[in-house]
Ligand binder design. Sequence first.
Ligand code: ZN
Ligand code: ZN
Ligand code: ZN
Length: 765
Amino acid sequence: MRVRIRVTGIIQGVGFRPFIYRIAVKNGLKGYVRNMGDAGVEILLEGEESAINNFLKALENGKPPLARVHEIITTKLGGEHQYADFRIVRSSEEAELSGSVIPPDVAICNECLRELRNKRDPRYDYFFITCTDCGPRFTIIERLPYDRENTTMRDFPMCSFCQSEYTNPLNRRFHAQTVACPKCGPKAYLTTSKGEVLSYRDPIREAGKLISEGFIVAVKGYGGFHVAASTLKDKPLMRLREAKHRRQKPFAIMARSLEAIESFAEVSPKEVELLTSPMRPIVLLKKSANYYLSQLVAPGLHNVGVMLPYTGLHYMLFDNIDDPAFVMTSANPPNQPIVKDDDEALKTLCSIVDYFLFHNRRIAHRCDDSVVRVHGEKQVFIRRSRGYAPAPVMLREKADSCVLALGGELNNTACILNGSKAFMSQHIGDVENVETREFLRNVAEHLARLTNSRIEVVVCDLHPKFTTTRLAQELATQNGWRLAQVQHHFAHVAALMAEHGVDEIVGVCCDGYGYGINGEAWGGEIIFASRRSSEMKRVAHLEEQPMVGGDLATRYPLRMAAGILHKKLKVENWLIRNRHNFPYGENEVRLVLQQLEKGHGVIKTTSCGRVLDAAAAVLDLCHERTYEGEPAMKLESMAIKGRDVLQLKPIIKGAVLETTDMLVEVFENREKRAVADLAFSVHSYLAEGLAELAIEKALENYVKVVGFSGGVACNEIFTKIMREKVEAAGLRFIVHEAVPPGDGGLSFGQAVYAGLFHFKTQPFY
Ligand SMILES: [Zn+2]
Ligand SMILES: [Zn+2]
Ligand SMILES: [Zn+2]
């Protein structure tokens, strides 16, 4: 019998073809397997029918851990048997095929970890031990195809032992481009903060000891440098916070083991699954009652971001010490991308760290750690980067043009939509200056090259002053691409629609700020979209509230609270009592009140984030926003311990959910009720009110699906209340699963909006 089998999915660079080889040979089959680029893998088999059936069973059940199979199509062929053996057709012949999928970096696998610990193994104690199932991919690839000579591993010619494994189809390291051993692979070394090499026999474990003792060490990893410090000692963390100008922003930590994590945080089965997955993201975990790490790790928050080691090097850091975890924060100067080159590290980190733990492999692409959290059983991306990027999000349909989307401003990513694949870049960060702008530009160019995409349309936000908007305009002119601009919240909702393949939706979109259709400050919007009638429009929103001093009201949430409360109450005395929370004290308070009276310097916003900020200020949880989302995050952390004591009924007037009376109630109860209960009541009021409005709009428009997007959708309490209410009304409730609900998912939304949907109202060309 002869058959042809087509397999599509993420099956490149994951050991899929060697796996096919092994199961074919095991079943005595002849023929070949070959890479078809975008079209997946083609397998031709000749042999007994029973052997072919066994092969197919093995294909279904035994595929490599990293392979994601989308489809297997088997066709019977006629004709004579032609092959004398089974072979893997080399990849250079098919390299030109487009739409290639670049595999993301993968955490060390259990086999490699066992070998790392086995004294008799040739790779015993080798910090960069990898195989076909694990190791870096994206961060070392310089060009296609994914062969060793096209990666930064080309600086390390294989020794004869590694070569023999690399060329043996039955070996786990067959065609593993990262194969290396202590003899031929990258080396690690420790230096002082000035880069003077210290001759330690065991630099990695020495670095671990130094961190444990209270020193700060920069550690070079796969996609960039981390700054590592003790989680038990306050002093290095205070130093680090001062040096990085990060007064409050939580630090991610790396724990030595799952048991260690369980000693300070609560871990659900779903969270265990994510922590130990090959992607090894940072998972936001609830601090346990006996949380004993320094309060400086994640101040004022109920959760802490934890990851497990993902390279041999990380495991070895913990070998000679007892610390449960180290702070492992991305090394990046303020508002700049993560540091990846050695000389750059020495230059920018020498004043922050005491030591450097280098290795001598170049990093082709910087890539920050991913961050996720779990709502109930569902994973929510806070940041989709290492371990995921640039693996595509698969869509249910094909785009009619090839689109490059540049995202918005904060927490940015880029996205290329090519056919039915949406390739999202790694985390880029806030694109506000030259460095991040260049990083974004490079990422976009590289992503286009690696995926063989011929861009036709470039998309950006509607905001005329965003750096990304100007970059898009420039790229459009330079390359003759079409330029499209998509409204911020429309992009968020489009992302939801594409992710779930829904044609009609009422989407609730809540975040901090997005440029509205007519330049308004939006952020608490209800959007109706229908592909049937080709329209997307805002149908309801939160009450407009004054932002005194514009951006200053974002930084100092008391200004926001003052503006809202001032509508109904005399807040002068309260503000004066709080003058220490204004940088210019009482004078500033007077000015704020004056501005409110006259309406000067006051812009209006419908932002949900700003209302949460105001509540956080009224409840004294946060008076200065030192990082994106801080007041709202602290409000949620407090609310987790509370219940809905105020039981406020949502006040809906027309298509507007009012927020003033709610805040007034919170204000007037602030000395009578527990802060946690008031914080919860704020969540409850907004989530219920928004859900009520969305349900009303869904029924009005005969829509069966209500979705929730925007940064506020990272909030678990909000999501839970809305889901219950929407589902109780007999409607389907959807949230993001494949892309972040926040602005890290914006580029994806822009791309599908421009490449997939054809709404009459937008985009603006
Ligand atoms: Zn491995
Ligand atoms: Zn070797
Ligand atoms: Zn947003």
